[in-house]
Ligand binder design. Structure first.
Ligand SMILES: *[C@@H]1O[C@H](CO)[C@@H](O)[C@H](O)[C@H]1NC(C)=O
Ligand SMILES: *[C@@H]1O[C@H](CO)[C@@H](O)[C@H](O)[C@H]1NC(C)=O
Ligand SMILES: *[C@@H]1O[C@H](CO)[C@@H](O)[C@H](O)[C@H]1NC(C)=O
Ligand SMILES: *[C@@H]1O[C@H](CO)[C@@H](O)[C@H](O)[C@H]1NC(C)=O
Length: 940
């Protein structure tokens, strides 16, 4: 608590008094009850000898008055000339000719001109006068050449530093499991100063993060806001942005208003799961906790009322409890409460709680059903909570099942504040901006989309007096971008925190002029209204075109496969005008204005205007349980995991150790993630059986848009490749390698032995999920060993492969394929920590480096919800490769390359028709799937 006791510490009155020191003990929990009582009695007794009023009555009264003072900056805050975080020696910096997005959303958000930083703060924006500059001798001038500058990105929901990268047992400080209600815990106590992710997230433009405890508990503890810049002190505390004064007992001026505090709450599935309870138990735990805090607060208020009336004789001691002071502060309106809460049921429970105990919620986080119940949210006590969302990460558990990509726009239309957040490391906060970009793609207006990761979270945290805006007097946290921040792949050219450039030698990929403006995004009005109309589950099944002939008009480009190559076969740039593409029974029969097309134009074919859009090969998703899972967190909805022969005895009925499971036998259709993938141009999924051990089994290729396994084209190929994983689970890596060596040497049994024989003969690809370069090197030697013994070439593929770039040359020479999954690396584990970060931290990326070494590279996904984003993932891979990956190559990364690597015997011929733009950009909307194998065109 940062008010009564702390202010009491200020010696407004004469020398230190007994009462003062007793209050200090109250705060810091040392013998507070007994000591303060006796000292107080003593004071009273002393008083009674002279007067009936305690010697420091004025102080007590003043402290009581401060109890309900609202937090915020001191009134003269913007008069500061230097930041409290300023590092001496930082030179002043002037940006000339910048396009500055200031954080405002009122129509005056963009300023063209100059920006001056000094003393860790922003000094001037727009037109910086020559006279102003004459005062600086050591000015660093940056010619922005018209480039975009924004305030630093603010992550409202992060576990940076507490859920650390790489994840190690010794640095796991996200959740305490000591009880449902723990308001006294502080995330700061676990803040690891060595998390690899700080540097990475800064390289994505993130400058501030609100580090929340996890969501295992109803009240998980206090959150702390940090700047990502390490200070010269290098301590956890020195990362804090405006920590509450009470944190370390620092003596503060009682005339200062308190600072905002932050606290984490959670409801719904997580607390229920962790504590084997129910929603009823969680809400009761909240009520019990809040009741305790309310009783303390009421006693405090009674104490102060007595003091105000001059009833000193029986006033007793100031009621306080170190465990509950933070929750009492919530009731005093001095804490920003961040509530992880998804479903209408849970939102309803928390809204009731706020009204019962009279406190307000700063933001509901995750909050996947908020867009369905905006009126409920407005009933919350006090200010309507902001809503902090993921863009497309949904359906991973029941309470996320009705999540919608249209939620940000719907909520904004209903007048709610929208924040996009990372939940880092759930999403890598380096790419938090991409959440705003996706929200924009699905309909959130550009200003609100940018604000959702910059100025809105700053406001929600109560820090908008210093971050989130480019205004004189604000912190000098700014990002100079290589493109418009809402353009796909926008990457910082440089990031400044407290006026200090954070990236030593930034690498910048050339971007085209097209990317210097916000993308003109498609119209999703119908989809957004259907999301609400169908209570979060709008129908996603495609509709088949009735006519045998479909004519796409106003087509600007066509890419198709020639064997395993993607080629551009039509471009309006070369042809001089938009094209026409006629499809008959799912096959392209003619293109552009040629004779047969003209003929078809006269028929009663169905015509579809692509509005300058394009036709491209459809994509293939690999790496997630797409097609064998509906809801990841609900076992009953899924195929389930296989037995692992290195962990358990496989039943005889399966063939014991000779058994090998086929994913085709567990396929399930019409999952929402499959249908959404289909609607995003991913028509085929390749999925291996689910395994958390060494041996997964045989993957299957299936159609994502089909209703059941017996539908035409539903099973594209029964068996595609054999999958194992090395290094992710027990037993030892060397044991797993030994098992693999035995199997490759023909020492297995049954069907497994037969399948490995096919692997050795090069008939069946062997996919090894592996991250570490050390393990990859071992596998390359094993491959050579087996090939020398058998004289045949093994089709080996590394999947995951974060560290593959370290062996790019060797992998190329060994003829091993690589599937990068995720496509943008993250050092999540020790074995995957040596990443090639890409721009601005490195010139090349894993993809560009491996391709340069003649490696066939594919791009995979980790989780099934993200298959829909493959089109953007491959586009992004090309955008950050500085010209080394062409449009056709980008399409290949998630189509032909995956097909070759994963053993698809005939290239998949599906095509995707995209309205208004390309499959690889934010302007295009997938509108049709052309399927030669099914002889049809689907409309979406
Ligand atoms: C600002 O930069 C743009 C892009 O390089 C350039 O076209 C323009 O002339 C510059 N304006 C000024 C005032 O220097
Ligand atoms: C206590 O925290 C404040 C920030 O609130 C800091 O300025 C001060 O140096 C800290 N004092 C100690 C002794 O750590
Ligand atoms: C093609 O679509 C673009 C984008 O909507 C439009 O500007 C153009 O006029 C269209 N051309 C034709 C020939 O319809
Ligand atoms: C890649 O392949 C090309 C064509 O076969 C060859 O010229 C080049 O030297 C190879 N590059 C490497 C790094 O092996």
């Amino acid at each position: 608590m940062d008010k009564l006791p702390t202010h009491q510490l200020e010696p407004v009155v004469r020398p230190r008094l007994a009462l003062t020191s007793s209050f200090r003990k109250l705060v810091f929990g040392v013998l507070f009850a007994a000591l303060s009582a006796s000292y107080f009695t003593l004071v009273i007794w002393e008083k009674e000898t002279t007067a009936s009023v305690p010697i420091n009555a004025a102080e007590i009264l003043q402290s009581c008055k401060l109890l309900d003072l609202a937090p915020g900056p001191p009134s003269n805050f913007h008069g500061r000339t230097e930041s409290d975080r300023f590092e001496a020696g930082t030179p002043p910096t002037l940006f000339k000719n910048a396009t500055i997005w200031t954080g405002r959303v009122d129509g005056h958000e963009i300023v063209k001109g100059d920006l001056l930083l000094d003393g860790g703060i922003i000094k001037a924006v727009g037109d910086v006068k020559e006279g102003t500059l004459q005062a600086y001798s050591n000015l660093v001038t940056v010619d922005a050449k018209g480039a975009w500058i924004s305030p630093g990105i603010v992550d409202l929901h992060s576990h940076l530093g507490v859920d650390s990268a790489p994840a190690l047992r010794g640095a796991s400080d996200t959740n305490s499991l000591k009880g449902l209600v723990l308001p006294w815990l502080r995330s700061l106590d676990g803040l690891n100063t060595h998390d690899d992710a700080y540097r990475l997230s800064i390289s994505g433009g993130v400058t501030t993060a609100n580090v929340l405890p996890g969501s295992a508990d109803a009240i998980g503890g206090q959150a702390f806001t940090i700047k990502l810049r390490p200070t010269s002190e290098r301590s956890s505390s020195s990362m804090l942005l405006e920590p509450p004064y009470s944190l370390n007992g620092t003596h503060v001026d009682p005339s200062l208003p308190p600072r905002w505090r932050q606290m984490k709450h959670a409801c719904g599935e997580n607390p229920s799961r962790v504590y084997s309870g129910t929603r009823m138990d969680t809400i009761w735990a909240f009520r019990q906790g809040y009741d305790t805090a309310r009783q303390i607060k009421e006693k405090q208020d009674q104490f102060c009322a007595k003091a105000a009336r001059g009833q000193w004789s029986d006033i007793g001691e100031f009621p306080q409890d170190l465990q509950w002071e933070a929750l009492v502060d919530v009731l005093r309106g001095r804490v920003k409460v961040h509530t992880h809460c998804y479903e209408a049921t849970d939102l309803d429970g928390i809204v009731r709680l706020t009204n019962e105990f009279k406190f307000s919620i700063a933001a509901f986080h995750h909050a996947h059903e908020t867009y369905l119940v905006p009126d409920l949210l407005k009933k919350a006590y006090g200010k309507t909570p902001a809503i902090a969302l993921f863009a497309t990460n949904a359906r991973y558990k029941r309470e996320a099942y009705r999540g919608s990509e249209f939620a940000p726009r719907i909520l904004a239309e209903k007048g709610l504040q929208v924040v996009m957040k990372s939940d880092h490391p759930v999403l890598n906060s380096r790419h938090l901006l991409n959440e705003a970009q996706q929200a924009h793609y699905y309909g959130l207006p550009a200003n609100l989309a940018l604000a959702s990761v910059i100025s809105t979270p700053a406001k929600v945290m109560g820090q908008d007096h210093r971050i989130g805006f480019i205004k004189p007097g604000y912190d000098a946290d700014i990002v100079l971008w290589d493109s418009h921040p809402l353009a796909l792949g926008a990457t910082p050219k440089q990031v400044y925190i407290d006026g200090i450039a954070q990236i030593k030698e930034p690498f910048v990929s050339k971007k085209d002029s097209f990317s210097q403006r916000a993308p003109k995004t498609p119209n999703f009005d119908k989809e957004a209204s259907d999301a609400v109309k169908y209570d979060g589950l709008p129908p996603l099944e495609p509709e088949k075109v009735k006519s045998d002939i479909v004519i796409f008009t106003n087509v600007s480009s066509v890419h198709v496969k020639r064997g395993y190559e993607v080629q551009e076969v039509f471009s309006s740039l070369n042809y001089g005008k938009a094209g026409v593409v006629a499809i008959e029974n799912g096959e392209i029969v003619c293109m552009s204005g040629s004779e047969p097309c003209a003929l078809h134009l006269d028929s009663n074919a169905q015509r579809i205007d692509l509005e300058g859009g394009s036709i491209s090969p459809a994509l293939v998703s690999y790496g997630s349980p797409l097609g064998i899972n509906h809801i990841e967190g609900e076992p009953s909805t899924n195929d389930g995991p296989v037995f692992d022969p290195l962990k358990t005895v496989i039943p005889d009925i399966l063939g014991g150790d000779g058994s090998v499971i086929r994913a085709v036998d567990g396929l399930l259709f019409s999952s929402r993630d499959s249908l959404l993938a289909y609607r995003s141009g991913v028509t085929v999924g390749i999925t291996a059986p689910a395994s958390s051990g060494f041996l997964s089994g045989l993957s299957v290729a299936f159609g994502t848009g089909l209703p059941h396994k017996l539908a035409k084209g539903a099973v594209v190929q029964d068996v595609t490749a054999l999958h194992v994983a090395i290094g992710a689970s027990k037993p030892s890596v060397s044991t797993q390698i030994a098992a693999l060596r035995n199997l490759l040497s023909g020492r297995g049994e049954g069907e497994l032995a037969a399948r490995f024989k096919d692997v050795v003969k090069g008939k069946l690809p062997l996919v090894v999920v592996v991250e570490s370069a050390d393990i990859m090197a071992t596998l390359i030697r094993l491959k050579q060993e087996v090939e020398e013994a058998n004289g045949e070439t093994i089709r080996l593929v590394f999947a995951g492969a974060n560290e593959a770039h370290l062996l790019a040359k060797e992998i190329g020479k060994a003829g091993v394929g690589v599937i990068l999954s995720p496509s943008r690396p993250f050092p999540g584990t020790w074995k995957s920590r040596r990443i090639l970060a890409g721009p601005p931290l490195s010139a090349s990326t894993s993809a560009s480096l491996l391709i340069a070494n003649n490696v066939t590279v594919g791009v995979g996904v980790e989780e099934q919800w993200s298959s829909r984003n493959l089109r953007f993932d491959v586009a992004w891979a090309a955008l950050e490769a500085d010209g080394a990956i062409s449009h056709s190559q980008a399409l290949s990364l998630a189509s032909v390359n995956l097909e070759r690597l994963l053993g698809i015997s005939k290239p998949i011929k599906d095509l995707v028709a995209v309205k208004g733009g390309s499959l690889l950009g934010f302007e295009g909307k997938v509108s049709g799937i052309i399927s030669p194998s099914r002889g049809s065109v689907d409309l979406l």
